[in-house]
Design a protein around this ligand. Structure first.
Ligand code: HEM
Length: 161
């Protein structure tokens, strides 16, 4: 019962992580392509809130439910698929944290452009494409974690004896 409850929370967390990430990327891209400071400012404002409410919660909960699941099912954290998932999770986090900052900065730049009745500044555009580029490794790592969690392949763990 406890195992299934943990697994339920873990799979919901995985869905929230992937779903919020893809949704945010889609809305930010469309708002950017529209080219209007009002759209960019409003979408970035909502995206920042969504990331704090949904992504941040799932980011914290996922390793907790994951480790509890491993204990409950009798897996060692040194099993290849779990070990490499944790490595990929840290990589995802390393790309996600700057992305959160970039979104806040883009929100502020676009809001100022609206207030000054000016077009989106160069700094916004530069930041947008950096934000866009950071999304690929983060997304790729999350998809790879999904695969590792579902397929549970036998993988070597070189770094731990
Ligand atoms: C970061 C530390 C994590 C640990 C320690 C961990 C651990 C585990 C364990 C032990 C299971 C197997 C449960 C079982 O079937 O007996 C599992 C399943 C699963 N995990 Fe994770 N997990 C982690 C992160 C993630 C992340 C980041 C995602 C996706 C975003 C994810 C997605 C899944 C999914 C979809 C399953 C169900 C697989 C299936 O039943 O076929 N996990 N996880």
């Amino acid at each position: 019962m406890q195992y299934f409850f943990l697994k339920f929370l873990h799979v919901i967390g995985a869905a929230v992580l992937l779903g919020t990430g893809v949704g945010i990327a889609f809305f930010m891209l469309l708002a950017h392509l529209r080219g209007k400071p009002t759209a960019a400012a409003e979408v970035a404002r909502i995206v920042v809130i969504a990331d704090f409410v949904f992504t941040a919660t799932a980011v914290v909960a996922q390793p907790i439910t994951g480790v509890l699941l491993a204990w409950s099912a009798g897996y060692s954290l040194r099993e290849g698929w779990i070990f490499w998932s944790i490595v990929l999770y840290l990589i995802t986090g390393a790309f996600w944290l700057p992305v959160v900052w970039m979104q806040m900065r883009m929100r502020d730049l676009a809001t100022r452009a609206v207030q000054e009745n000016a077009p989106l500044p160069q700094a916004y555009h530069r930041l947008f494409w950096l934000w866009f580029a950071f999304g690929f490794p983060a997304f790729g790592a999350v998809v790879a974690i999904f695969w590792l969690m579902i397929a549970r392949p036998q993988l070597p763990v070189w770094m731990v004896s």
